[in-house]
Design a protein around this ligand. Structure first.
Ligand SMILES: Cc1ncc(COP(=O)(O)O)c(C=O)c1O
Length: 409
C-alpha cells in the first residue's frame, strides 16, 4: 500500500490544476478529472442520439447511461432502483417534495433547520401552503451545530419528516447522521439528509446511516453539473408518480419528468474511474467491490484533508480579529475542510479580493445558507469568507493561503 495520498498523482488527473492558482472554492463545485472529460467528449462524439433503440450507437448510449447510474448508486452503497440523477439537488428536493406531498395531511409536521442550504429548506417550508406545520430546528450558536436534544424537543406524534444536513456548507462540522436518524425514526418520522457538503470528502454509505432520503450534488464530487437523490426503494415506489401516465413506472423514471441528461449522466462513470485510478495507485488492483475500494481511497483522502485543515484552523482560531465558524478540531471525524470565518470590521468580500494577487481563489457570501447567515446577523457584513479545501489541494497551497491571510487581515 502507498501512503499517504500521492497528491502529485491526484493532481495529474485534473487539467484545470495545471495553472498556479490555488483553487479553494471547491465547496461551490469541484474541478473535473480527465476520466469525466473524456467520457463526455466521447459520448458527444459517438453516442449523442436518442438512447435505447436497437442499432448499435443508440443501444450503446443507453448502456453508457445505465452503467453510470449503476456506478453512482454503488458509490453511495445503494442500488440503481434507489437513486435518481437530476439536474441539481435543489431540483431533486423540489421533485421529492411534490412526490411525497400526498402523504401529508393538514396538521402533520415537518422539521427543517436554519443551518441547511436553502435546497433542503425552501421546498419543504412551502408545504405550509397545504396545511403542513413547519417547525424549525435551530443550530446551537456556540457550536454552530445541530444538537440532538433540540431535535427531541421538536418531535411530536405528528412529525412526518426531519430534514437536516450531514454537514453545512458554511460550517463544516459533521453531524451524527445515524444517531439523529435513529431519534427521528423512534418518533415515527422519516429523514431527508443533505450530504452535498459532506460527500466530496468522505466515504458514503446510505445503508449504514439508515437514512430515508439522501442528497448529493455530483458536480461537487468531481463530476458534471448534476445532483443525485437516494431514497429507500419502498418509499420511492410509494411516492406519487410525477412522469407521464404511460412511462415506465419504476424508479427513477416514474419520478423524473423528462428523464436524465444523457451526456452528463454518461460521463459520471468517469468519477468512479478516477477514484479507481487512485485506488490502484495506492492499493494495487483488488477484487474488492467498488464501494469497498472507495472506502479505502476515502480513508487516504480524509487523512490528507485533515493535514491540510490543521494549519488553517490553527491560524484562524488563534487570530484576534477572526471569528471562526464551527469546530476548531481538524479531526476528520469532527469536520470537513470547509472553513468559514469573518474578520472584525471588514466586509467579507474584501478578503477574497485581497487574495487575488496571491493567485488564491476563495469566495465570500451566504452560499445560499441565508438562514444561517441571518441567524448570525452577518448579512450587513456580506456573509462569511469561505476557504473550501479538497484532496487535490496541497500543503504548499494551504501554507500560501495562511501566509496571504496573515498579510491581508
Ligand atoms: C450543502 C448544500 N446543499 C445543497 C446545495 C444545492 O445543490 P445544487 O446546486 O445541486 O442544487 C448546495 C450547493 O451549493 C450545498 O452546498
Amino acid at each position: 500500500m502507498v501512503s499517504p495520498l500521492d497528491v502529485g498523482f491526484v493532481r495529474s488527473h485534473f487539467p484545470a490544476l495545471a495553472s498556479d492558482w490555488a483553487i479553494m472554492e471547491n465547496a461551490g463545485g469541484t474541478l473535473v478529472p480527465r476520466q469525466v472529460i473524456e467520457r463526455l467528449h466521447s459520448y458527444l462524439s459517438f453516442n449523442q442520439i436518442q438512447p435505447g433503440a436497437e442499432f448499435p450507437i443508440s443501444a450503446q448510449a443507453a448502456e453508457r447511461i445505465a452503467e453510470s447510474e449503476r456506478l453512482m448508486a454503488a458509490m453511495i452503497g445503494a442500488e440503481p432502483g434507489e437513486v435518481l440523477i437530476g439536474p441539481s439537488t435543489t431540483m431533486n428536493v423540489f421533485l421529492l417534495s411534490h412526490a411525497i406531498r400526498p402523504w401529508l395531511k393538514p396538521g402533520d409536521e415537518v422539521i427543517v433547520t436554519n443551518l441547511d442550504h436553502e435546497a433542503n429548506n425552501g421546498a419543504w417550508r412551502r408545504l405550509a401552503e397545504v396545511g403542513v406545520v413547519v417547525r424549525e430546528w435551530s443550530f446551537n450558536l456556540d457550536t454552530a451545530a445541530l444538537e440532538a436534544h433540540d431535535l427531541r424537543a421538536l418531535l411530536t406524534d405528528r412529525t412526518r419528516l426531519v430534514c437536516f444536513t450531514q454537514c453545512s456548507n458554511v460550517v463544516g462540522t459533521i453531524h451524527d447522521v445515524a444517531g439523529l436518524t435513529h431519534i427521528a425514526h423512534d418518533a415515527g418520522a422519516l429523514v431527508c439528509v443533505d450530504a452535498v457538503a459532506y460527500a466530496p470528502h468522505r466515504h458514503l454509505d446510505v445503508k449504514a446511516l439508515g437514512v430515508d432520503f439522501y442528497l448529493t450534488s455530483l458536480y461537487k464530487i468531481y463530476g458534471p453539473h448534476l445532483g443525485m437523490l437516494y431514497g429507500r426503494r419502498d418509499l420511492l415506489r410509494k411516492a406519487d408518480r410525477l412522469n407521464h401516465f404511460f412511462t415506465d413506472d419504476d424508479v427513477p423514471l416514474r419520478l423524473h419528468p423528462g428523464g436524465v441528461n444523457h451526456e452528463l449522466t454518461a460521463s459520471l462513470s468517469g468519477v468512479t474511474a478516477y477514484f479507481d485510478a487512485l485506488h490502484d495507485r495506492h492499493f494495487g488492483p483488488t477484487n474488492l467491490p467498488l464501494h469497498d475500494r472507495l472506502g479505502q481511497v476515502f480513508g487516504l483522502i480524509a487523512d490528507h484533508e485533515e493535514t491540510l485543515c490543521r494549519p488553517l484552523l490553527e491560524f484562524l482560531g488563534g487570530h484576534p480579529r477572526v471569528r471562526l465558524n464551527g469546530s476548531r478540531d481538524p479531526d476528520q471525524r469532527a469536520r470537513v475542510p470547509t472553513v468559514t470565518f469573518t474578520v472584525k470590521d471588514r466586509k467579507a468580500d474584501e478578503i477574497p479580493t485581497a487574495l487575488l494577487p496571491h493567485r488564491i481563489g476563495i469566495r465570500a457570501g451566504d452560499f445560499y445558507a441565508r438562514r444561517a447567515i441571518d441567524t448570525w446577523n452577518l448579512g450587513p457584513q456580506g456573509g462569511v469568507v469561505r476557504a473550501s479545501i479538497v484532496h487535490y489541494n496541497t500543503v504548499e497551497e494551504v501554507n500560501r493561503l495562511v501566509a496571504a491571510l496573515d498579510r491581508v487581515i
